[in-house]
Structures are given as C-alpha cells and as structure tokens.
Design a protein around this ligand. Structure first.
Ligand code: AMP
Ligand code: GLY
Length: 424
C-alpha cells in the first residue's frame, strides 16, 4: 500500500485519536508518533523528538521511511514543520507555515475572509489601547477581544465588563476587537488537498470551563457528534460559503491549504458566521468524530496529502452518536496540578492528552486537559450515559469534568435561528 508507514506529530488527545484511527486502517502497517504520550504508545511507536523541530521531524520521517506524515497541533504547523517534511519529499497532511497563518494570525484570517467573501463578525485590528477603546465603543457590549497570535484557546475574552475587555487588549501586542455573535456554535472540519475539499459531519464543542458555559475559555471541555438539531443542509452551505472560497483564496495566493481546515461557526439570526479558523483537527471534537468515522483514515489523509481528493467518495459515518468528556486537572485553565496518579483508564475510547509515566513507570497527570473519554450509543442520550459511566471510573485526585456535555442537545433544547437571510 502507498501509505504503509505513517508518522503522527504531536502529543495530545487529538494525536492519540489520529494514531488510534490510523492503526485501524487495514492499509496502514505501522503508526509512529513524535513525541506522543502514554496513550499513543498503546497504538503505535513513540519517538522522543521535539514536535516543533522541523529538521528533527523530517530526519525521523526519513529514517522511518514514512509514506505519510500527519502534523497534529497548530504550533508545529505555524513553525513550518510541514514545510520541512515536504522539503525532503515525503507527503504531508498539514498546511505550510504560510497557509497555517489562517490560524496563527486572527488578522490574517480576517483578511482572507474579506478577500474570499466569507461571512464573519465585523472586526477591527488594534495595536494601541486608544484604538481598542474606540473599537469597544463602536461595537458595544458584549465585548469580544482576541489576541492576534496563538494562545491555546485562551486568548479570547467575551465579557460585558468594558474594563476587563480593555485590560485584556492592553496585555496583548495586537488584538482583534469584534462584533458579538449569538446563536449556537458548530465545528465543521474539512480535508483539503489544496484545491478539493471533503467535509466531516459537524460537531459541537464546549469551550468554557464550567457547566452552563460558566467561567473562562479553555481548549475545549467536551464535544459531540452528530448535531440532531442542525439543518441537513448545514454542511453543504458551509462548504459552499466558507470552506471552498477560503481554500480557493489561499490557492490563488500561491499558498495552497493542504490539511484540515476547521471552521468554528456561529449560527446567528443573520446566517452562518465564521468565529475562527483552525488549521488542524480540533480537540476534543476529533475524538468523537474519528470514533464515528467509517472511512479508513490513512487512505483519505494520504489522498489529501497527495492532491487526490477530486472525485473522492464522501466520508462514511456510523449511524449512532459519540460524546467526549474531557477530564481536566485541578487548576485548569490556570496552572494545573501535576503528578497525580491516574487510575481507571483501562477501557476503550479513552484518549490521553496531559498524561505521562513517572520514574516508577506509573501513569500520572502532566498537563491541563488529561483525558477525553468517548462514549457511543444509538443517540446522544445513550452516548452521554456511556461517556459519563467511563468518566466516573477514572480516578485522579483533584481532577474535574463538566457534567452537561451534549445535555441540551440530547434534551432537544437547542434551536438555531432559521437561516433565511442571504448573507451579504
Ligand atoms: P476563538 O479562539 O476565536 O474560537 O474564540 C474562542 C471562543 O470565544 C469561541 O468559541 C466563542 O465561544 C467565543 N467567541 C469568539 N468570537 C466571538 C464572537 N465574535 N461573538 C461571540 N463569541 C465569540
Ligand atoms: N476544540 C477547539 C479547538 O480545537 O481549538
């Protein structure tokens, strides 16, 4: 097979899910991970290589005679790790540094969207407190202030408190101040070969740390798929209005996007709006999505990496639902406690993120988001039950998780505004 040996770069829950799904593809013979975590070691071979070191990753890919390299997280993508591997002639699933700016710079993303006619929140780029203050007053509350650069999901503040919004802006070098978007949020992923795209089913994630969306933003505390409340035409609409125009614009500029384009969307009363782009698989949406994906993952990522998505069959999905609940260390999203023993993680569908082996070889906590436990079932209610049963088995002192992941969707309480108005 063309994609026998696959190297996954990264060490989070997303990379564990990618390595797991690749290991289930009959066309994949070996899965390697750099550097990986104790979870990825269960489904492949970990290599102690710095994910941010493009030369080291390229050398490892060469040494392994890898057929395909999949770069997971945003930091190596923005640092050009995919470029370094492409330069040695190995197919890569993951955008170049130039294309990853779509995630690495909020102002660049706004520029691309404006050029491509993609609907998003009105915004102003500000570099001084005076500019930020004027923008806050122009848009009014609730105030939305975003650090321009990468911030692991924590660079955005949404608040009614003008002082807090201004303080956040003053703490950043460059910010994007934008119009508040209401309505439910959706994460829509699409594979791109630089030209052609192939969409995933939509998912929803939970960004705030506490139940009922209380507390600060995090990297994501849970996710579920599918969205029983969403219009059947949603994916097609987003591909037509958001994904394809963005991919076309990056190709036109000579920086084609090869990898996973993640559109974070708000379904507002004025129509679909892009909240943010990411240049990689979302975490924790990837864990439940790949749990439901039936199409062999290696085959489709290789097709994208080698420019062969044209005419590819649509992705196939299991008929049921999947829910991921993230177990986080005490203190997260602030400084998490570390080194606590982890027990009760023997079963299927438990994806590791901030875990490590201590000197005695025992599994311990070593980060903010520790695990994503995925439950499946015929519908969201069943999948929730399965996920929470698993979460209840996990033992980590001081850890916590949200109790309401997918709850409102399971109860039929999410009602997106009807998408009638044509977006300008
Ligand atoms: P981002 O990093 O841009 O995805 O922002 C993180 C989170 O902040 C999003 O998932 C939303 O929940 C919230 N957010 C970002 N932009 C807006 C906006 N314009 N209006 C309302 N909420 C927003
Ligand atoms: N789930 C949000 C993210 O991956 O950024």
């Amino acid at each position: 097979m063309a994609y026998q040996r696959v190297l996954v770069v990264g060490n989070g829950g997303r990379e564990h899910a990618l390595a797991w799904a690749l290991s289930r593809d009959p066309g994949v013979g070996q899965v390697h991970i750099a550097p990986g975590n104790p979870g990825t070691a269960q489904v492949g071979v970990n290599h102690p290589v710095d994910a941010l070191d493009g030369a080291a990753v390229a050398a490892l890919a060469k040494r392994l005679d890898a057929d395909l390299v999949v770069v997971g997280p945003e930091a190596p993508l923005v640092a050009g790790v995919a470029d370094a591997v492409r330069a040695v002639g190995i197919p890569v699933f993951g955008p170049s540094a130039a294309a990853a700016r779509l995630e690495g710079s909020k102002s660049f993303a706004k520029e691309i969207m404006a050029a491509a006619g993609v609907p998003t929140a009105a915004a102003r780029v500000c570099v001084t407190p005076q500019e930020a203050a004027a923008a806050l007053d122009a848009f009014g509350p609730p105030y939305v202030v975003k650090d321009d650069g990468l911030a692991a999901g924590k660079g955005v503040i949404v608040t009614d408190d003008r002082e807090a919004a201004l303080k956040h802006a003053e703490g950043c070098r460059k910010v994007v101040v934008e119009e508040f978007l209401d309505g439910p949020e959706v994460s829509l992923f699409a594979l791109s070969d630089g030209k052609n795209v192939l969409a995933f089913e939509p998912a929803q994630d939970f960004k705030r740390v506490g139940d009922q969306d209380k507390g600060p933003n995090t990297g994501g505390m849970g996710a579920y798929t599918p969205l029983p409340w969403a219009d059947a035409g949603l994916t097609g609409e987003v591909v037509a209005k958001v994904i394809q125009p963005t991919v076309d614009e990056l190709a036109r500029r000579g920086t084609p996007f090869v990898g996973l384009l993640y559109a974070g969307l708000a379904l507002t009363s004025k129509g679909v709006r892009v909240v943010e782009f990411n240049a990689r698989f979302g975490d924790p949406e990837t864990q439940p999505l790949l749990t439901r994906l039936q199409t062999p993952l290696g085959e489709v990522l290789y097709a994208a990496a080698t420019g062969k998505l044209a005419g590819h069959a649509p992705l196939e999905w299991g008929s049921g639902a999947a829910v991921a609940v993230v177990i986080a260390a005490g203190g997260y999203p602030g400084t998490p406690r570390r080194g606590d023993a982890i027990g009760g993680v023997g079963g299927d569908g438990i994806f590791h993120a901030g875990t490590a082996l201590n000197e005695a070889g025992d599994l311990v906590s070593d980060g903010g988001r520790l695990l994503a436990v995925v439950g499946t079932g015929d519908d969201l209610a069943q999948a929730r039950q399965a996920a929470y049963a698993k979460a209840g088995q996990v033992q980590i002192d001081g850890s916590f998780y949200r109790g309401d992941i997918a709850l409102r969707a399971a109860n039929g309480e999410i009602h997106p505004p009807t998408l009638t108005e044509v977006t300008a």
